[in-house]
Design a binder for this molecule. Structure first.
Ligand code: ADE
Ligand code: ZN
Length: 351
């Protein structure tokens, strides 16, 4: 689907993108050599070919046929990221790409546990991103507030330890933080890992004045139950402020009502679902959420691992397949601004 001039020129806001999911094959190749990290591809074209495969998120879909899952390939990519400069370059590459697409403001996720568990110092990750946060705004005009993710397939204790380590880089309400991240999220493999397992992490973050979101990915085992927890249960029933994905809410009227009543928006990533669902199945669901009055916005998730479809390609898909008007597309960007956790003065300046 070719990006139309209207979609290309639309100012954009991205609220669901994993910074590690923007690692380009070119940067991965360069860092593998710079850091002496072995990668299982002998040539650059072989590495490129590996990005054409659509990996499964759920091993049980195919049975264990030995093929890696999507997340295994994503974390394999992370292995080349070692130094503060690597994390800086990763993020600056993304900010450059974002500015080319007219993205004005972003809230990128980062997975610090994926790096510390390989022996990378937390400071390298956080200082690299902090420097990129400042330079991305200065050099490319892309402002950002970042989101610390708990890896939900790791233990709660590991997540809490990572949070305590990263906390000085957060925009905490004691006024002492460095201001890199202003929210926490929940990512990685959600099989048998419902949001409530991480309630203590969310509670700590809320006490620190941070915002809270969580992934409830599409068609995972117990997807509907996870959405229910995210809306009604997490943090003493106050719920999540946003839900990442959450498309399965469409299957139950009580979830649709809960989202609307509590004004919880969904950060949708259409191409991520389109890899698995037919056009005629998927886009009517997105259209129905919209028609029901659920607040949604359009995002890209892990663009380099998802056939290089970025936010502009994702917006193009809903423009075309949901038959949204130009006014609807502008409304979707406005939704993203409203759902964002930018300061009010910044919100006024984004569009
Ligand atoms: N972390 C990074 N990308 C992810 C995805 N697509 N699903 C769940 N966790 C992720
Ligand atoms: Zn995601």
């Amino acid at each position: 689907l070719e990006i139309s001039p209207f979609i290309a020129s639309l100012p954009k806001v991205e609220l669901h993108i994993h910074i590690e999911g923007t690692l380009s094959p070119a940067l991965r190749w360069k860092l593998a050599h710079r850091n002496n990290i072995p990668i299982p591809y002998k040539t650059y074209p072989e590495l490129l070919d590996s990005y054409k495969i659509t990996y499964n998120h759920r091993r049980e879909v195919n049975g264990d046929n030995g093929a890696p899952t999507f997340l295994e390939t994503y974390f394999a990519g992370c292995q080349v990221l070692c130094t503060e400069d690597d994390f800086y370059e990763l993020a600056m590459d993304y900010f450059r790409k974002a500015s080319e697409m007219n993205v004005r403001y972003v809230e990128p996720f980062f997975d610090i546990q994926a790096h510390t568990k390989r022996g990378v110092a937390a400071e390298a990750v956080l200082d690299g991103f902090l420097r990129a946060q400042r330079d991305g705004a200065k050099v490319y005009g892309v402002r950002s507030n970042w989101i610390f993710c708990f890896l939900r397939d790791e233990s709660l204790e590991s997540g809490l330890e990572a949070y305590r380590t990263a906390r000085p880089w957060g925009r905490t309400n004691d006024g002492k933080g460095k201001g890199l991240f202003h929210a926490v999220g929940l990512a990685s493999n959600e099989y048998d890992r419902p949001p409530l397992l991480f309630e203590e992490g969310f509670r700590l973050a809320k006490e620190d004045g941070l915002h809270v979101t969580m992934h409830c990915d599409v068609d995972q085992k117990d997807a509907v139950d996870h959405v229910h927890e995210a809306i009604f249960k997490v943090c003493a029933g106050q719920g999540s402020e946003r839900i990442d994905h959450g498309l399965n809410a469409i299957d139950r009227p009580d979830l649709i009502e809960g989202l609307k009543e509590r004004n919880i928006g969904l950060t949708l990533c259409p191409h991520a679902y389109h890899r698995r669902q037919a056009t005629e199945t998927l886009f009517p669901k997105i259209r129905k959420l919209w028609d029901e009055g659920v607040k949604i916005c359009i995002n890209s998730d892990d663009p380099t691992y998802m056939h290089n479809v970025w936010i502009d390609g994702n917006m193009m898909k809903v423009y075309e397949y949901c038959r949204f008007s130009k006014g609807d597309m502008i409304r979707l960007v406005r939704n993203a601004v409203e759902m964002s956790w930018a300061d009010n003065e910044v919100k006024k300046e984004i569009l």
